[in-house]
Design a protein around this ligand. Structure first.
Ligand SMILES: *[C@@H]1O[C@H](CO)[C@@H](O)[C@H](O)[C@H]1NC(C)=O
Ligand SMILES: *[C@@H]1O[C@H](CO)[C@@H](O)[C@H](O)[C@H]1NC(C)=O
Ligand SMILES: *[C@@H]1O[C@H](CO)[C@@H](O)[C@H](O)[C@H]1NC(C)=O
Ligand SMILES: *[C@@H]1O[C@H](CO)[C@@H](O)[C@H](O)[C@H]1NC(C)=O
Ligand SMILES: *[C@@H]1O[C@H](CO)[C@@H](O)[C@H](O)[C@H]1NC(C)=O
Ligand SMILES: *[C@@H]1O[C@H](CO)[C@@H](O)[C@H](O)[C@H]1NC(C)=O
Ligand SMILES: *[C@@H]1O[C@H](CO)[C@@H](O)[C@H](O)[C@H]1NC(C)=O
Ligand SMILES: *[C@@H]1O[C@H](CO)[C@@H](O)[C@H](O)[C@H]1NC(C)=O
Ligand SMILES: *[C@@H]1O[C@H](CO)[C@@H](O)[C@H](O)[C@H]1NC(C)=O
Ligand SMILES: *[C@@H]1O[C@H](CO)[C@@H](O)[C@H](O)[C@H]1NC(C)=O
Ligand SMILES: *[C@@H]1O[C@H](CO)[C@@H](O)[C@H](O)[C@H]1NC(C)=O
Ligand SMILES: *[C@@H]1O[C@H](CO)[C@@H](O)[C@H](O)[C@H]1NC(C)=O
Length: 785
């Protein structure tokens, strides 16, 4: 688990190089068999079949494994009947079945088909599937008479189906080994639960141990999805219902394995370390365990205690030792039209017992329908595609709700609450929701949510049409940025660090590790990176609306930002920054917050990007000093620009500048030829005269709320005060921005608003300007004054 995230390469060259003539065949016929010690090898040398002894066991079993990784067995034939000596053979018996024969014990195992083939041939395919087919039939679409993929052991390989053949009644599911030395079926199974909507569940005997949310048309709701690595599919028709996943990059070796202790793990082979990387593992922590909190409660891993009753519910008074404590209604539901629904956001949907599904209803109809029936407790969309569709209604206890973590696709559920409760707790509940998005260290490190892959230079090159100029999006401080399209069609932004960026490989890797740990909806998401030859490349999610500075400062403005959008942008950046500063006791100081580093997604949601200079603070460290002052002039706090001192308060300063810029559509540095010197000075001058209103971008004159505007300017001025100690923390900023009843202190004169302050700041303590872009120009202009 402690492996570095970049140690793994997508492209495995081994297969390409090792294709050589081999005497090992991939087929068995009635006249060709294999003995213990001999092997079948699939045509491109990917899989191998033969007899083996697991772990410390002395017994022999017939199994299939990756040729390259012979100690990871992916399928076992005779799980229930070990062979006690090494005299077994695999052949095609007189019944046309594939059989394992042993001198002493006769038929150990058989494929048990009743239909007899005219000319049976068994073949080990490159997918890892052992198939039995009829060589007489030239009709290839007739398929296989028998295949190992229909009888999974503990491993689901890419291309295998997990689920039901409704015509034959065959269910394909994984069963754990009893132990590492014993492949006989253990107590754990992993199967597709098809009640109402398909979902993946691990069972301990018949007890659910871990379940994903239902398939929502794109993914299993609230389950980690690595959609850039493999394509998940759920087929649901009259003939069959199944889940499968297929790798985009076929040389990559991956599997979904149910281990002997009941953990379901998504594993990917790390070519460089020769080891498996755990992408997902569960259950690993309390909230993952099915129903860990009891009915009608939400499990949040970042809260103590983890369990919290849903609104309108209270802990049941009687302790019941035989199951987790549940929550019961705190009031009788009036069952009038006065009941209300309260949304809980970003959760895994409750389990689907006592649920009705109507796929043709929309959310509005769903609400009306649920309101009609007293016993309906909650409703939600069943699909997320097309902005949400379909209707799920719950009629019983709401079980197994947990907060989604990281980028896992959480969903909203609407819970029925008597009108009398709504007013009372609403504020509190909103607060709770506000406080939650910050992730949790324990969960991240355990589930490897923060893990991300290495891309090969070839794949990055292909994604960007060989880094063509048509694909170039722009030039950042550290090198050009390209638009790319991955194998699966996903659009990405590819940042190619120039060799002059001044960053060493170790620094680069450390930073990647840092970014990979950060997960928040307002931070741009890193999908992977590429380190090959001299290249250092970062692959991010693509932000179609580019960056905030374009909307604020570019003239003529094509589509100016409205007031509502600006308010949201400000609040969300504040949330993102709060997350950075308070992230699981580690402080991350961004150090280069500015409008061009705020990217906008297709819905204009802001995401903080460019962690090239971010620093992580451990433990109680509050402030640090650097000789290498990098950053962007105009956004740098005085103590940082002058002395290289940075702390969370230097980010707060930059946030204050950004806030004023967002309200005014002016750059901080646009005022260098005025008496106010800077936007900060201008804001201060207007504020003193009670004319702060005039700062606002004129196009917002009719839209903006005077009260909020005044409040925002006040907060901004608090953020840009000269003395770092006077500036609020992001936690305080967020509460000042969102809570109208919080009293705001009066700000001191901001930094850089007088000649004195400016003089001291023009020249940093030393000449290094690592990230000198637009800022340097400004610096010299200012210098000349
Ligand atoms: C069976 O295999 C064992 C080794 O496992 C060998 O000693 C023995 O001679 C074999 N028996 C026969 C009947 O071939
Ligand atoms: C196989 O044969 C051996 C020796 O005859 C016997 O001890 C053993 O129980 C048999 N195993 C099975 C699974 O029938
Ligand atoms: C095949 O059928 C026999 C008899 O019904 C049964 O004992 C055996 O377990 C079956 N084998 C497999 C692999 O299903
Ligand atoms: C299958 O049949 C073809 C002729 O129809 C023959 O050439 C080939 O050898 C057969 N394959 C096997 C594995 O028996
Ligand atoms: C091949 O088999 C499929 C399924 O059994 C059948 O629908 C199809 O007509 C067959 N084609 C030929 C050429 O026999
Ligand atoms: C499987 O469950 C049974 C009881 O249900 C228990 O006795 C046994 O120890 C369990 N085995 C494993 C490997 O957990
Ligand atoms: C599975 O159930 C058994 C009891 O049947 C219990 O001892 C065991 O701890 C459970 N396993 C897990 C992983 O919860
Ligand atoms: C405790 O829970 C079990 C299982 O749901 C139930 O059968 C039992 O009646 C409950 N006991 C009490 C005192 O509520
Ligand atoms: C689903 O909802 C639609 C629209 O409200 C309705 O016409 C239809 O009868 C419903 N279907 C079921 C099975 O309830
Ligand atoms: C409410 O819904 C439940 C579950 O579908 C149903 O059994 C019950 O008859 C409905 N009640 C009313 C009043 O519609
Ligand atoms: C990229 O470069 C490779 C080799 O230099 C070439 O084969 C390929 O056609 C190029 N692709 C594009 C889209 O230019
Ligand atoms: C808003 O601020 C007031 C005063 O500081 C405080 O009493 C109240 O709890 C806050 N409300 C929320 C929702 O944070």
């Amino acid at each position: 688990m402690g492996n570095l995230p970049f140690s793994y390469s997508f492209i495995s060259c081994v297969f390409l190089l090792s294709i050589k003539l081999s005497i090992a065949a991939d087929t068995i016929t009635p006249s060709r068999f294999i003995r213990d010690g001999e092997k079948l090898v699939s045509s491109s040398q990917r899989f191998e079949l033969g007899f083996f002894s697991p772990g410390k066991s002395k017994y022999r079993y017939l199994g299939i494994w990756y040729k390259q990784i012979s100690d990871t067995v992916v399928w076992v034939a005779n799980r229930n009947r070990p062979i006690f000596d090494s005299n077994a053979t695999l052949t095609i018996g007189s019944s046309g079945n594939l059989v394992i024969l042993n001198l002493k014990n006769g038929t150990i195992w058989s494929s048990n088909m009743t239909r007899k083939a005219g000319s049976p041939v068994a073949q080990l395919l490159d997918t890892g599937n052992l198939v039995l087919r009829d060589n007489f039939s030239s009709n290839s679409s007739e398929g296989h008479l028998w295949q190992s993929f229909d009888h999974p052991s503990d491993t689901l390989l890419p291309g295998m189906k997990l689920g039901w053949d409704l015509k034959t009644g065959l269910e394909r599911y994984q069963t754990s080994w009893r132990s590492a030395d014993d492949p006989s079926p253990g107590n754990y199974t992993h199967r597709l639960d098809i009640h109402v909507l398909p979902k993946l569940c691990t069972y301990n005997g018949s007890v659910k141990l871990l379940c994903s949310g239902p398939w929502n048309g794109v993914a299993f709701q609230a389950a980690p999805s690595y959609s850039y690595l493999y394509e998940p599919t759920v087929v649901d028709n009259e003939d069959e219902i199944y889940y499968r996943y297929d790798s985009y990059n076929s040389p990559i070796i991956m599997m979904l394995k149910l281990n002997p202790s009941g953990k379901i793990q998504r594993l990917i082979w790390n070519e460089r370390n020769n080891g498996w990387e755990v992408f997902f593992s569960g259950p690993d922590y309390f909230c993952q365990i099915f129903g860990s909190c009891g009915a009608n409660s939400v499990c949040s891993i970042d809260k103590t205690p983890n369990c919290e009753c849903l609104m309108g519910f209270k802990l049941e008074s009687q302790l019941n030792q035989t199951r987790p404590r549940s929550c019961v209604r705190s009031h009788l539901v009036d069952c009038t039209n006065r009941d209300r629904f309260v949304m809980i956001d970003d959760i895994k949907l409750p389990d689907l017992e006592e649920v009705l599904l109507n796929e043709s209803m929309n959310l509005k109809e769903c609400e009306a329908e649920c309101l009609k029936n007293c016993t309906c407790r909650a409703y939600a969309n069943s699909k997320v595609t097309g902005g949400g569709s379909g209707c799920l209604m719950w009629f019983g206890d709401l079980v197994d709700i947990r907060k989604a973590i990281g980028h896992n696709n959480g969903q909203s559920v609407y819970i029925r609450v008597p009108a009398s409760e709504v007013g009372k707790k609403k504020l509190l509940w909103i607060l709770v929701i506000l406080a939650l998005p910050a992730g949790n260290k324990a969960a991240n490190s355990k589930t490897r949510d923060s893990w991300f892959p290495m891309f090969s230079l070839a794949s990055v090159s292909a994604a960007t049409a060989n880094f063509s100029t048509e694909n170039k999006l722009g030039e950042g401080g550290f090198g050009p940025v390209y638009k790319g399209r991955l194998h699966n069609g996903q659009e990405v932004a590819v940042k190619r660090l120039s060799s002059q960026s001044g960053q060493g490989l170790e620094e680069f890797k450390n930073e990647i590790k840092l970014i990979a740990k950060l997960q928040h909806r307002n931070l741009v998401r890193l999908l992977g990176c590429c380190i090959e030859l001299e290249e250092k490349i970062l692959i991010y999610e693509y932000m179609p609306n580019k960056s905030l500075d374009i909307f604020l400062f570019d003239t003529p403005k094509e589509s100016p930002l409205g007031w509502e959008t600006r308010v949201r942008v400000i609040e969300e950046i504040a949330q993102g920054l709060l997350y950075l500063h308070q992230y699981s006791r580690l402080r991350v100081i961004h150090r280069d917050l500015k409008a061009s580093n705020i990217l906008l997604d297709k819905d204009m949601n802001p995401k903080i990007s460019d962690f090239g200079m971010a620093k992580m603070f451990g433990g109680d460290e509050l402030q640090s000093k650097t000789k290498r002052i990098v950053g962007t002039y105009g956004y740098m706090s005085p103590e940082y620009a002058q002395q290289g001192l940075f702390s969370i308060k230097s980010d707060v300063f930059s946030f204050g500048v950004l806030l004023l810029e967002t309200l005014s559509s002016k750059r901080n540095t646009d005022f260098s030829n005025t008496d106010s010197l800077t936007l900060l000075g201008r804001a201060w001058d207007l504020w003193k005269d009670d004319r702060a209103w005039e700062l606002i971008d004129p196009i917002l004159q009719n839209e903006a709320s005077y009260l909020i505007l005044n409040r925002y300017i006040n907060v901004a001025l608090l953020c840009v005060q000269e003395d770092a100690v006077d500036r609020p923390t992001m936690f305080e900023v967020v509460s000042m921005l969102t809570n109208e009843t919080v009293n705001l202190p009066h700000p001191q004169q901001p930094a850089f608003s007088s000649i004195r302050g400016l003089k001291n700041t023009i020249l940093p303590a030393n000449g290094e300007t690592g990230a000198c872009s637009v800022s340097c120009l400004t610096l010299s202009v200012m210098d000349a004054r």
